[in-house]
Design a protein around this ligand. Structure first.
Ligand code: ATP
Length: 278
């Protein structure tokens, strides 16, 4: 049964009703996505998805390769704008503000909604400069003393301070992969974002570095709204509060992570988490 479109997205032709399992205690909502479709040229990759993203919690997007997880994730900070021929329809509201509004400053939006990518991508600059670049261009601080405070605070929050405090002026690219990824997280939080998007942030890391980053994600949820795309179902279970299961561009089922993994309602969710396909 199709859900009635709530926006003017003519592509919101949901082929069935997403199964939604509420949290036992309701959480405040940070982002509301309604009837969001993403089209590359003439190919629709995401079909009229609606979901509420809870504040100060971790939401995991899971599903087989090519089901649209990353494409949908990029809608939350308008990164799809950078892809020629890509169109986003529907509505995404963050704290009541329309993120697709043409008058919105996307540079500011990307500071409010930071992103950590699959492959750590520090700037070819010092550890110190990696962190203070954002605060400087966004006018959060200019004086060295203020920047020093931001650099230390961000590296402490990212769990990296003790490892790098004596080498702040060495290149960020000289760190290990796991340290580089924590540097990228520190860089994202240096501009005081509200939301952090993580697109398979541990896929290039070894198990020890992965455990460190996962511990960090759990701590960061106290202050930030986090959305993580992951291929690791054990990672989704370890770090997330809610999980959304995608299949061929549709959102099949979303709910508390324990419900999705222990008592999935939809056969496709059940098959995926039990490893029938992926
Ligand atoms: N820049 C692009 N141009 C055209 N098509 C794209 C582009 N990026 C993604 N797609 C297509 O959109 C669909 C969804 O891709 P997306 O990368 O969002 O899936 P995903 O679930 O994140 O996959 P994976 O888990 O493999 O990263 C796929 O069919 C993909 O080929």
């Amino acid at each position: 049964m199709a859900e009635a479109p709530k926006t003017n997205n003519p592509h919101a032709h949901n082929r069935f009703q997403t199964i939604r399992i509420p949290d036992p205690a309701p959480r405040p909502v940070k982002i509301e996505a309604r009837d969001v479709s993403v089209i590359y040229g003439s190919k629709e990759a995401v079909h009229g998805i609606s979901i509420d993203i809870p504040a100060q919690a971790v939401t995991a997007f899971i599903g087989p390769s090519g089901c649209g997880k990353s494409t949908f994730l990029r809608c939350f900070n308008r990164m799809n704008d950078t892809i020629p021929g890509c169109r986003v329809l529907g509505e995404i509201m963050m704290d009541g503000e329309d993120l697709n509004d043409h008058s919105l400053d996307v540079v500011l939006l990307r500071a409010r909604v930071g992103m950590v990518f699959q492959k750590p991508n520090p700037f070819p600059k010092s550890i110190y400069e990696n962190i203070c670049y954002g605060p400087r261009i966004h006018g959060l601080a200019h004086k060295k003393a203020d920047l020093d405070v931001i650099v230390e605070r961000s590296l402490v929050r990212a769990g990296l301070w003790n490892e790098v405090k004596d080498r702040l002026h060495e290149p960020g690219t000289g760190l290990s992969g796991g340290q580089q990824q924590r540097l990228c997280i520190a860089r994202a939080i240096a501009v005081e974002p509200e939301v952090i998007l993580m697109d398979e942030p541990c896929s290039a890391l070894d198990p020890i570095a992965t455990a460190t980053v996962e511990g960090l994600i759990k701590e960061l949820r106290e202050n930030y709204t986090i959305i993580i795309v992951t291929h690791s179902m054990s990672q989704a279970q370890r770090v997330s509060d809610r999980t959304a299961y995608f299949h061929l561009g549709d959102l099949i089922e979303e709910g508390p992570t324990s419900s999705i993994f222990n008592d999935p309602q939809e056969p496709r969710t059940r098959d995926y988490i039990s490893g029938v396909f992926g």
